[in-house]
Design a protein around this ligand. Sequence first.
Ligand SMILES: Cc1cc2nc3c(=O)[nH]c(=O)nc-3n(C[C@H](O)[C@H](O)[C@H](O)COP(=O)(O)OP(=O)(O)OC[C@H]3O[C@@H](n4cnc5c(N)ncnc54)[C@H](O)[C@@H]3O)c2cc1C
Length: 396
Amino acid sequence: MQPIFARPMSLSFDNTEIAFRHRNNKELKRAHFLFNSMSSAFLTKVGIGLTQFAFKFGLPVKGIIKNTIFEQFCGGETLEEAAKTASVLAPYNVSVALDYGVEGKTSEADFDHAVPEFIKAINYAASQPNIPFIPIKVTGFADFSLLEKIHAGKTLSGEEQKAWVRVQVRIDQICAAAAQKHLMILIDAEESWIQQPVDDLANIMMARYNKQYTAVFNTFQLYRHDRLEYLKESFRLAQKDGFILGAKLVRGAYMEKERARAEAMNYPNPIQPDKETCDKDYDDAVAFCLQHLDQIGLFVGTHNETSCLKAVDIMNERQIPHNHPRVWLAQLYGMSDNITFNLADAKFHVAKYLPYGPVKDVIPYLMRRAQENTSVAGQTGRELSLIKKEMRRRGL
Ligand SMILES: Cc1cc2nc3c(=O)[nH]c(=O)nc-3n(C[C@H](O)[C@H](O)[C@H](O)COP(=O)(O)OP(=O)(O)OC[C@H]3O[C@@H](n4cnc5c(N)ncnc54)[C@H](O)[C@@H]3O)c2cc1C
């Protein structure tokens, strides 16, 4: 691969023509309507409440959800539909993390059933040049309360021990299938009170499959005050055991839940004292990984423009080619296209998390996106102003 180094001019995320060139006018207007609605905290709260109520009582809302928030943030209901969406991104050098986004399953049968579903996605991804990643959530393969018990260090019953072995086998089957096809598995981070077994599994899989390339990534949530140190500790472990550390860096999506639980159960809040500290740890984590690219595969998952620009600056300073095979910058599908597409235009390796699955099963994911776009200061305003700018440019 021909290395591509820094451009003399600085990178900007304001070019809306580049940002939205994959969106037709109808899609742009839909995005405008959606982000406008979500900018109202009241409307979002009511919308989330009504959606959860409607699905619980079987009211016919699937059509409305599918044509609005689902279309914006999801690739489709099936692998075939998601594949079509992924192919729309390919001409712009935007890669895809094909995310079977079904959540909230609880039975062993569901966990077993998830494995072939993921293997199908892996096989499809392997046939496509722009789908190098498959994200997984361990809670898609394991009972939440089992993970909670392991995290808390409680003794497992015989049945629970067997269930835990089954979880490890499921995750191993997926990582093995991906490694065989030279794909990359991203193990998502979830609630802090189940993270220990998730980290343990990730470390086992990385030690097994990351000898030649970064086949498996663990996720580090820098909104936790202990994770920058844990990233460094993980790196030491990887060095000691001779494997490449896969580091997917995010700020974290469960902040309110984390705070509420810590308060209710009277233990210290695992979240950083403020946003500035979270931002600092995030950027320090990116810098740390970029310093050790010979032994770390880095996946920068963020919609924060400053963090992306800082990563780009460090790459430029250190003469790291934009298209370095171990550096990826990624955003969620339907959000921050200005970052993704402008980075892609400057030849960085970029990816979109593209969730798919039946509408009712991706509702928790969609509700997180709605909440995030309301409660996170600035994000909706930024999306809206960019969409408006592009609509004006197109004369809409
Ligand atoms: C590709 C990709 C993959 C992702 N995968 C995961 C995953 O596996 N697990 C997961 O949990 N999340 C994941 N996320 C979501 C992510 O954690 C964030 O919720 C989201 O991206 C918003 O953070 P940001 O970095 O974009 O930046 P910003 O919009 O700048 O930051 C918002 C975030 O900062 C943090 N924050 C806000 N206020 C405070 C405060 N007062 N104190 C401390 N921290 C604060 C919160 O994490 C909040 O979400 C992913 C995001 C992307 C783009």
